[in-house]
Design a protein around this ligand. Structure first.
Ligand code: NAD
Length: 465
């Protein structure tokens, strides 16, 4: 995609200036940003009451306005997200935001269920939970906010975000844009809101606040555990370490292309991205050759592989966060390799116990491990997925192999013969979600996830057959 960087930088600066100017004259209710958690909660409670008093038609208009505002401001948001968080790629953020704005289900997702029989009629409604507290990750500050805002308000809730502090400015802009769209469509102010300065402390206040009815954490295992321990209804969308398994029956050239595309989107920061390749020995050389032939993958020599490992993995066997989400050129330059502009991924052959195989690296450096056959491949892939039950990918044309791996790995998302992002609706069937709730089991969340079931029973009447 052609990017006019100068134009975008100017655009971002202008929007930030306008927002800063507006800040002096706008009250909190006018921009959705609150000084304290308490103020945000009070305003959100009021907003939620007003929303459920409105028609569903109005709610649909509100959702449509959020979608449109996200699309209209996509360039500014994407540019700011990359600049502030220093993670990911501009052109991929653009795709992320379009995906979230267009493929997050709206009000249609909360269709009621009706049962009729000898004893009358029962109506099952997906009712709102009230006010939701949502903790969101640095990796997708815009996508998660667009996706969560649509899902949560479509279900009749208000939401208070505590975005990741390192994506504070982007998230504030995102909240303001969504807020303006909602109010412009006749919705209540503060339906989607945030604290002006999100910190770990404000996150803690949200978690403990007695008037917040549900918590949603999108992030690593520790924050998921925090909300699960809260004593409230909580949805946890945690970390993954998705393996991609390639067997001898796969279309190897296609597999190579899919893996390079899937693993390099947004520099590997999506939780769903392929994080390690496991390939049956017989086709390993072909797979590596075809990955190189995409023109987007650089194969590291054994010496370069050692150097890059020492660079991106610390002596405590942890990921060096300085390289998370960076372009491959930036990482390779550190070990004296100049990769062309087209390059998106560094690949390296590794032994089974290599740290990059076991850790969620979230950078475009991809380990490749050979296995003797499909059985060893499945066993190993299940181990390196580490019980996250998040995402796994397979390239194969053997139905028994695919079934065996899917059964063994038990992930929320299982993609066959496509890039990982097909599993979140980008080039694959189905809706999108940027809050994939593996630990608590809701899967790819949508409006229905953020509801409580209510039943209304009418006895011995109203049946038309
Ligand atoms: P993170 O866990 O560091 O932070 C996520 C959010 O939780 C942030 O807003 C942060 O401020 C807050 N937080 C962190 N620790 C907290 C605590 N002790 N108390 C209260 N709040 C706390 O994650 P991150 O680095 O921003 O994002 C990357 C991680 O998120 C990766 O592991 C990735 O796999 C995961 N992720 C998962 C999904 C999913 O849908 N399952 C989506 C995106 C990212």
């Amino acid at each position: 995609m052609e990017i006019n960087q100068e134009l975008i930088t100017g655009l971002v600066a202008r929007v930030l200036q306008e927002l800063a100017a507006g800040k002096a004259t706008q009250s909190e209710d006018e921009n959705g940003l609150f000084e304290t958690v308490n103020d945000a909660v009070d305003a959100a409670l009021e907003a939620q009451k007003r929303l459920i008093a409105m028609s569903l038609e109005r709610r649909k208009q509100i959702i449509a306005a959020i979608r449109q505002a996200a699309l209209d401001n996509n360039e500014t948001l994407s540019s700011l997200a990359v600049r502030e968080s220093t993670l990911g790629r501009y052109e991929d953020k653009i795709r992320e935001n379009i995906l979230c704005a267009t493929k997050t289900p709206g009000v249609e997702d909360i269709q009621p269920v009706v049962l009729t029989g000898d004893y009358g009629l029962t109506l099952l409604e997906h009712a709102p939970v009230g006010v939701i507290g949502a903790l969101t990750p640095i990796t997708n500050p815009t996508g998660t906010l667009i996706n969560n805002s649509i899902s949560m308000t479509a279900a009749g809730n208000a939401v208070i975000f505590n975005p990741h502090p390192s994506a504070r400015e982007t998230s504030k802009l995102m909240v303001q844009i969504i807020h303006k769209a909602i109010v412009g469509a006749g919705g209540p102010p503060a339906l989607v809101c945030s604290v002006r300065e999100p910190t770990l402390e404000t996150a803690g206040e949200i978690v403990a606040h007695p008037k917040i009815h549900m918590l949603v954490a999108t992030g690593g295992r520790p924050v998921v555990n925090v909300v699960l321990r809260s004593g409230k209804k909580a949805i946890g969308a945690g970390a993954g370490n998705p393996p991609v398994l390639v067997d001898e029956t796969a279309n190897i050239r296609k597999a190579a292309q899919c893996i390079v595309d899937g693993a390099s989107i947004n520099n590997n920061i999506f939780c769903t991205c392929e994080k390690e390749v496991i390939v049956v020995q017989e086709v390993a050389d072909a797979l590596i050759k075809f990955m190189q032939e995409t023109g987007k993958a650089y194969l590291l020599t054994p010496e370069e592989a050692d150097k890059i490992t020492r660079l991106v993995v610390t002596s405590e066997r942890k990921i060096n966060t300085a390289y998370i989400g960076k372009n491959v050129q930036v990482i390779l330059r550190q070990i004296g390799v100049e990769a062309g502009e087209e390059c998106r991924l560094a690949i390296l052959e590794t032994p089974h116990d290599h740290p990059l195989v076991w850790l969620e690296q979230m950078m475009p450096v991809m380990p490749i491990v050979r296995v003797k056959d499909i059985d060893e491949g499945i066993d190993f892939a299940v181990k390196v997925e580490r019980g996250n039950r998040h995402t796994a990918v397979m390239h194969s044309t053997h139905v028994d192999h695919m079934t065996a791996f899917a059964r063994a790995v038990q992930t929320t998302i299982f993609v066959k013969n496509g890039p990982s992002y097909a599993g979140i609706g980008l080039g694959g069937e189905g809706h999108t979600s940027f809050t994939i709730a593996g630990p608590t089991g809701e899967g790819l969340t949508s409006a229905r996830t953020f509801t409580r079931q209510r039943r209304c029973t009418l006895v011995e009447s109203f049946r038309i057959i």
